[in-house]
Design a protein around this ligand. Structure first.
Ligand SMILES: CC(=O)[C@@H](O)[C@H](O)COP(=O)(O)O
Ligand SMILES: NCC(=O)COP(=O)(O)O
Length: 260
């Protein structure tokens, strides 16, 4: 497989979190989306939650109208959200699980349990012209179910890796690498995200076959101190360095295996 440069989807949810904290018109996620694009974001991710705790429909509509790259709209598998996506027609739709009481997304979508509804959502959204991604845990059974549901893309939930430490993190890293390999063997586009930041992103970007990382909270937090454009540039630089180290490791392994 020809290695293409790993892509960065900047999630701007938490610009809206700051706005919603006071009910003001600022900071505007639309402005954040355009600045992130200018800094090199390959796409903009935003999560329209059922409880509207941060991103609002107004944000989705305006960003869809002004974006120069592509929108990745995250949403629950509900009639309300599917109908909205059929109307807005974002380039990408990522189906995610939602619980009102959750602080942030906890687990991945249970594609096995929700097979019929998710397959129907994939069909409808593809018919509307959106590329569908399923946000799932790095589990072979969920990857297989996503493939059978007709999703062309999976986004591997990196939350367990991000929260783990020491040898537990090594285990989670191997889970991600194995899941990415299995998904790629099925012909799926493999993305990853959740909880990635400036100290764990290089390792994830080094995983062979990853197409895109969706990163939000870490970038927006960094932007408070260095500005959004610099925060995006720094993250993209780390991702590219990580991917390059991963490619070099693959070459060294190939050379070693073929020298004997
Ligand atoms: C699916 C995922 O991991 C995030 O993209 C999601 O948006 C997290 O939810 P919050 O942005 O509300 O924390
Ligand atoms: N799907 C992951 C995403 O869009 C951003 O997650 P986070 O970096 O805000 O945890």
């Amino acid at each position: 497989m020809i290695a293409t440069r790993i892509q960065l989807g900047v999630n701007i949810d938490h610009v809206a979190t700051l706005r919603q904290a006071r009910g003001t018109r600022y900071p505007d996620p639309v402005q954040a989306a355009l600045l992130a694009e200018e800094a090199g974001a390959d796409g903009i991710t935003l999560h329209l939650r059922e409880d509207r705790r941060h991103i609002q429909e107004r944000d989705v509509e305006l960003i869809a109208a002004v974006l120069n790259t592509r929108m990745n709209l995250e949403m629950a598998v509900t009639e309300e959200m599917i109908a909205l996506a059929e109307r807005v027609r974002p380039a990408d739709v990522c189906l995610v699980p939602e619980k009102r009481e959750e602080l942030t997304t906890e687990g991945g979508l249970d594609v096995i349990a929700g097979r019929e509804a998710i397959a129907e959502a994939c069909r409808r959204l593809a018919a509307a012209g959106s590329r569908v991604s399923l946000f799932i845990d790095p589990e072979p059974a969920q990857i297989q179910a996503a493939f059978e549901a007709g999703a062309p893309v999976v986004e591997l939930h990196t939350g367990a890796f991000a929260e783990a430490t020491g040898s537990d993190q090594d285990v989670e890293y191997e889970r991600l690498a194995a899941a990415a390999e299995f998904a790629a063997e099925l012909g799926l586009v493999v993305n990853a995200g959740h909880g990635l930041h400036y100290h764990n992103v290089e390792a994830v970007a080094a995983i062979p076959g990853l197409h895109e990382l969706n990163i939000g909270h870490g970038i927006i937090a960094r932007a408070l101190f260095v500005g959004l454009k610099e925060a995006v540039v720094e993250m993209k630089r780390l991702m590219i360095a990580g991917q390059e180290s991963g490619l070099l490791a693959q070459i060294e392994t190939f050379d070693h295996d073929h020298d004997h």
